[in-house]
Design a protein around this ligand. Structure first.
Ligand SMILES: *Cc1c(COP(=O)(O)O)cnc(C)c1O
Length: 479
């Protein structure tokens, strides 16, 4: 770890002299009150674990991971206020005080009257779609997140991605690369007919497209089209606060608006949302549905009782709802969001300075590496992204995730492979967990990997399940 602060003269970060802060340091607006020890295991140990896991990092014990960038989902550090709120959880089966506090918080943030807790985001999706979507339907989204897509397809419907074409160009600088292409949406409505489109979704920020934001203008346009055809519009709102911060920073007319104002305006254009609270509610588990329509809320609650629990807890404990309510208030603080977005951009900047191919602009929750640019000698059929994921664990005990062929490639009816457009490696940053030196270590490790990238090898599948392959697949490293 000698290099990063001293070796590279063009690297403006110099902690030795304490002079000239380079890219602005993402100063943490918190200090550490409780620590969780982490350790970098010896290399032979990491090598053994990789083999035992079939080179699938989802199967590596978390205790054997030094820096865990697998996901930003459910991995935040809660604040002292959230921990204190946990103790105030009211565990009454029905109509608990904690539910009312949670409901009031979500109502005040979103403006939606009906608030329905679920155990996490995908449960909210499953219940909403079960009520609205039937076989043969089509659900447009900017890009469906993987559980969203799976839940749509599970019902025999088609998950249609309508994001702007720029989203597929890894280096195109576009301030709102998560925007929906309204022409594609209109085309879909003309092609399939309004009757076959039970709802439209907008994922904010667009997770599968690199955590890229959707502009207020785009939300407004999509909303106008949906209202014209009387199609309900829902947010997949997992990162609604990060999206609002990008709007404040990048969209004309929003610089002087507060985050809660921007959030409220965003939600004013839609009919409801599904939410994974494991992201922008700053908790380790939780989710919810919130919406305007009373009749729809009623149908959802009927199914909720069957699948999740009574409508005032929906698969959660009272203390979970307390922690969510507090987290939802904290996530709207500008000091928090500024640090969050800058911390991610900081890692992106360190990698860019080191010549790594990073997706631009930097997203809200993760940095993405373009695997094909990094290991052009490994064909898509041999999972270039996974080669980098494996190298990250080998070199630095760092866990990342492949978002490419291992996750998305499908066999067509003729038996051929159909590959995704991009082969990415995602370095997701858990909220309030890692410091600047952890990020610097990640950058150093990746620089080492880049220098030796021509030696990285591809992989072949040894075992694969039927659904969501990447979670349980096992691989063999090619010679
Ligand atoms: C995480 C996520 C979900 C699913 O939520 P879970 O809480 O993991 O079930 C859905 N959509 C998006 C955009 C997500 O990031």
């Amino acid at each position: 770890m000698s290099g990063i602060f001293s070796r590279n003269p063009t690297n403006r970060l110099n902690l030795i002299t304490g002079k000239v802060l380079p890219m602005r340091l993402p100063l943490e607006p918190y200090k550490i009150k409780m620590v969780e020890p982490i350790q970098l295991l010896p290399r032979e140990e990491r090598e053994r674990l990789l083999r035992e896991a079939g080179f699938n990092v989802f199967k590596i014990p978390a205790a054997a991971v030094f820096i865990d960038l697998l996901t930003d989902s459910g991995t935040p550090a809660m604040s002292e206020h959230q921990w204190a709120a946990l103790l105030q959880g009211d565990e009454a089966y029905a109509q608990s005080r904690s539910f009312f506090r949670f409901q009031e918080t979500v109502r005040s943030i979103t403006g939606f009257p009906h608030v329905i807790p679920t155990h996490q985001g995908r449960a909210a999706e499953h219940i909403l779609f079960t009520v609205l979507v039937k076989s043969g339907d089509v659900v447009p989204n900017n890009i469906h997140f993987d559980t969203t897509r799976a839940n749509v397809e599970y019902l025999g419907a088609t998950a249609l991605d309508c994001v702007i074409d720029d989203a597929y160009d890894p280096y195109r600088e576009h301030p709102f690369k998560g925007n929906m292409d309204v022409a594609k949406l209109q085309q879909a409505i003309r092609t399939y007919g309004r009757e076959r489109i039970p709802l439209v979704m907008l994922t904010i920020t667009n997770n599968s497209g690199g955590g890229q934001p959707v502009s207020m203008e785009n939300i407004r346009q999509v909303s106008r089209i949906c209202r014209e055809y009387r199609i309900p519009l829902f947010f997949d709102a997992a990162r609604f606060a990060e999206n609002s911060y990008f709007i404040q920073q990048r969209e004309a007319g929003y610089q002087n608006k507060s985050i809660p104002q921007i959030v409220r305006e965003m939600f004013s254009y839609v009919d409801g949302c599904t939410m994974s609270a494991k992201k922008d509610a700053l908790v380790n588990i939780g989710g919810f549905l919130a919406l305007r329509d009373e009749g729809l809320a009623q149908r959802i609650k009927e199914l909720l009782v069957l699948k999740e629990g009574f409508p005032t807890y929906g698969g959660l404990s009272g203390r979970d709802m307390e922690a969510m309510a507090t987290g939802l208030q904290e996530v709207l603080q500008e000091s928090y969001l500024k640090h969050r977005v800058e911390q991610v951009a900081y890692l992106g900047g360190l990698l860019q300075e080191r010549g790594l191919p990073v997706l631009k602009p930097f997203g809200g929750h993760a940095i993405y590496l373009d695997a094909r640019a990094m290991v052009p000698h490994i064909p898509q059929s041999q999972f270039p992204g996974q080669a980098i994921v494996v190298a990250l664990y080998r070199e630095g005990g760092i866990r990342a995730v492949e978002i490419g062929s291992l996750m998305f490639a499908r066999r067509t009816d003729s038996g051929n492979w159909e590959f995704p457009r991009m082969e990415l490696v995602r370095l997701a940053i858990p909220r309030r967990v890692y410091t600047v030196s952890h990020l610097a270590f990640v950058a150093e490790t990746l620089e080492t990997i880049r220098r030796r990238s021509s030696r990285l090898k591809g992989f072949r599948i040894r075992y694969e399940p039927e659904f969501l392959r990447h979670f349980t697949v096992e691989l063999e490293e090619l010679a």
